[in-house]
Design a protein around this ligand. Structure first.
Ligand code: PBG
Length: 331
C-alpha cells in the first residue's frame, strides 16, 4: 500500500536495477544457425538477411572458431546443396560424404568442443522443397521418418553432438532415438523442433537455401500446413512437446520466437527438459530492415527481444545475431 510501497525505489539507479534484474542474456545462451554451401572460398550474403552468409567449408570453420572465442557454444547447421543432388527421396541427405557430413567433421576437427547440431529435414534435398517425401500429392509420414532416421545416423557417424529434426513428422523422435541407440550413439542427443509453426517468418531462410515449396508438374501441397502447426493453436504445442519428451527428446524447441512467447512459457511449464527458442530469419530481417531505415534502434531492440525470449522461458536461443550479440554483450 502506498506510500509504504513505492515501486520506483527499485528503479532509482542502474546499480539497484541490476541487483533486482530477473533475467540476463549471455553468449552461452546462444546457438548460431549457419548456412553451408559447396565449393571453396565462397561467402555470399543472403539478400533478405544482411550480415548472414552462405559459406563454403573453409569460411564456416573460420566463423565457428570466432564464435567459440566469443563464448557461443553451439551451432545449428543447414546445407545448401546443388539442384542436381535433389530428388523426391532426399537421399543425398544421408550421403556419408555429403556436404553436411563433411561440414560436421570439419567443425569437430577444428573446434572439438563446439556443440554441433545439424538440421534434420528433407527440404534442402527435396526437388519439391518439402520436408518429406511426396506420394500422391501428399507428404507421407512414415517413409519420411525412415529417411530422417538414416539422415540422423549419418550425422551421428560424422560426429554430430545433437540431432535437430525440424520436419514435424509424427513419431520421428522415437524412430531417431531408436536408430541412434541401435547404432551405439547413446550420447548423441536430440533437440526437437517440437512446436514449429507454419509461419510466414521463414521466408528469408527459404531464400538462403532455395528451399521453398516449388511449382511442380506433379501435384504437391503448396505450403507446409499439413505438418507444421497452425499458428492459432496453443494447447497443440504442449501436446507436441510432451510427445517429443516421451519419445526421447533431450531439448524441445518453439519456433518462431517473438510471436510465440506465450507458447514458450506454457511449454516451459509443461515439460522438464530445457526449452530452446528459434528467433527465425524473418525476425532477423525485420530488425535489420527497420533499423536500416532509422526507424528503430538496432541494438536496443535486439537486446530487448533476446531478453524477452529468455524471460518467457527459453534456456537456449538460436539466433542469427549470435556473433553480433555476443560482441555487444562483452562491451
Ligand atoms: C526447414 C527449416 C526451416 C527453418 C528451419 N528449418 C524452414 C521451413 O520450415 O520452411 C526456418 C528457419 C528460419 O526461418 O530462420 N526444415
Amino acid at each position: 500500500m502506498f506510500p509504504l510501497q513505492r515501486n520506483r525505489r527499485l528503479r532509482t539507479n542502474e546499480a539497484i536495477r541490476s541487483l533486482v534484474r530477473e533475467t540476463s542474456v549471455s553468449p552461452q545462451d546462444f546457438m548460431c544457425p549457419m548456412f553451408v554451401t559447396e565449393g571453396k572460398g565462397i561467402k555470399s550474403e543472403v539478400p533478405s538477411m544482411p550480415g548472414v552468409y552462405r559459406q563454403s567449408l573453409d569460411g564456416t570453420v573460420k566463423e565457428v572458431k570466432e564464435l567459440w572465442a566469443l563464448g557461443v557454444k553451439a551451432v545449428n547447421l543447414y546445407a545448401k546443396v546443388s539442384e542436381d543432388l535433389k530428388d523426391n527421396t532426399g537421399k543425398e541427405a544421408w550421403n556419408k560424404d555429403g556436404l553436411m557430413q563433411q561440414t560436421i567433421k570439419a567443425i569437430k576437427d577444428a573446434v572439438p568442443e563446439m556443440i554441433v547440431m545439424p538440421d534434420v529435414a528433407l527440404d534442402p534435398y527435396s526437388i519439391y522443397g518439402h520436408d518429406g517425401i511426396i506420394e500422391n500429392g501428399q507428404v507421407v509420414n512414415d517413409p519420411t521418418v525412415d529417411a530422417l532416421t538414416k539422415m540422423s545416423i549419418s550425422h551421428a557417424e560424422a560426429g554430430a553432438d545433437f540431432i535437430a529434426p525440424s520436419d514435424m513428422m509424427d513419431g520421428r523422435i522415437l524412430a531417431i532415438r531408436k536408430g541412434l541407440e541401435e547404432n551405439g550413439f547413446h550420447n548423441v542427443g536430440i533437440m526437437s523442433y517440437s512446436a514449429k509453426y507454419a509461419s510466414a517468418f521463414y521466408g528469408p531462410f527459404r531464400d538462403a537455401l532455395d528451399s521453398a515449396p516449388k511449382d511442380s508438374t506433379v501435384e504437391i501441397p503448396k505450403d507446409k500446413r499439413t505438418y507444421q502447426m497452425d499458428f492459432a493453436n496453443r494447447t497443440e504445442a504442449i501436446k507436441e512437446a510432451i510427445h517429443d519428451v516421451e519419445e526421447g527428446a533431450d531439448i524441445v524447441m518453439v519456433k518462431p520466437g517473438l510471436c510465440y512467447l506465450d507458447v514458450v512459457r506454457e511449454v516451459k511449464n509443461a515439460v522438464n527438459v530445457p526449452v530452446a527458442v528459434y528467433q527465425v530469419s524473418g525476425e532477423y530481417a525485420m530488425i535489420k530492415a527497420a533499423s536500416e531505415k532509422g526507424w528503430i534502434d538496432h541494438d536496443a531492440v535486439l537486446l530487448e527481444q533476446l531478453t524477452a525470449i529468455k524471460r518467457a522461458g527459453a534456456s537456449i536461443i538460436s539466433t542469427y545475431f549470435a556473433k553480433y550479440a555476443a560482441k555487444l554483450l562483452q562491451q
